[in-house]
Design a protein around this ligand. Sequence first.
Ligand code: FPP
Ligand code: MG
Length: 298
Amino acid sequence: MLDIVSQAMYKFVQQCDDAHVLNLYNQIERGKMLRSKLILLIAGQTPQAVELCAVVELIHLSSLLHDDVLDEAHTRRGRPTIHMLFDTKTAIMLGDVLYSKAFSQLSLMDKEVAYTVSSAVTSLSIGEMIDIELSKSFNTNQQSYMDMIDKKTASLLEASTKSAAILADKDKDSFAIYGKSLGLCFQIVDDILDITQDSETLGKPAMNDFKEGKTTLSYMLLYHELSDDDKTKLRSYFKKELSTDELNWIKEKIKKHDTIDKTRQIAKNLAKDGLNAIKHEQNKKLFDIIQDILNRER
Ligand code: FPP
Ligand code: MG
């Protein structure tokens, strides 16, 4: 089902009419295409829906090209990132080519869909800026984390499900709530996996968020449970290359305070909000996708 989306993306990149761009594009590691799965499930496999999928996936790919430069990430999905294979300038410009091509296609689509998706790109860019700002100091404010992941991750998922509903003449507001809840769950679980999984499973370094200055939800929940001495210790580990003993200290505290379960519970409650919004749909696959996100291990 998703091959047709890959073909549509390839066609758009071919239309850029540049052999270097096409060659670089072919070297980007493909992802799960979650946004396309959702769009096709909601709108059906119509030509318009497939085009929307290709636009959204190109935007998502380009945002990750930029994100990997900003995060100085060496690997993604187990493979070297484009800026490591080539250089930073190439990765940034390839991102610009892909998302501007996506925008040209978007300008030819339904006006409300175009507005919904393009506004989401403003949000996700602001979300990334907030993420960078928050990473400068030890953040203990849960609301600012939720606001950041809402913009950085949930906005494009919300725009995808809402736009699919617009194309299919379904209730756009319910599908927007579903996409937003799913997006928040996705990022919370992603941040959990950074702590619980090893580097091989993740395809990128494990326990990397805290080193990068990202005090994700589990770290915040843990911090509030710690004694004053332990709070000071955790703060002293922030943004540092930690020894195995120091990493184990954090993991033991997380285990002792049941922090991962508490974080998962927050994701589960968000999932319930999303499922509630589309309960009238009786679409089991949309239920299963949220379940898969909650249970995913990589
Ligand atoms: C991954 O977050 C990053 C995003 C979901 C959004 C990135 C957005 C930009 C860089 C703005 C630029 C936008 C365009 C369209 C060029 P993460 O670092 O938490 O996740 P990761 O572990 O997968 O890297
Ligand atoms: Mg990143």
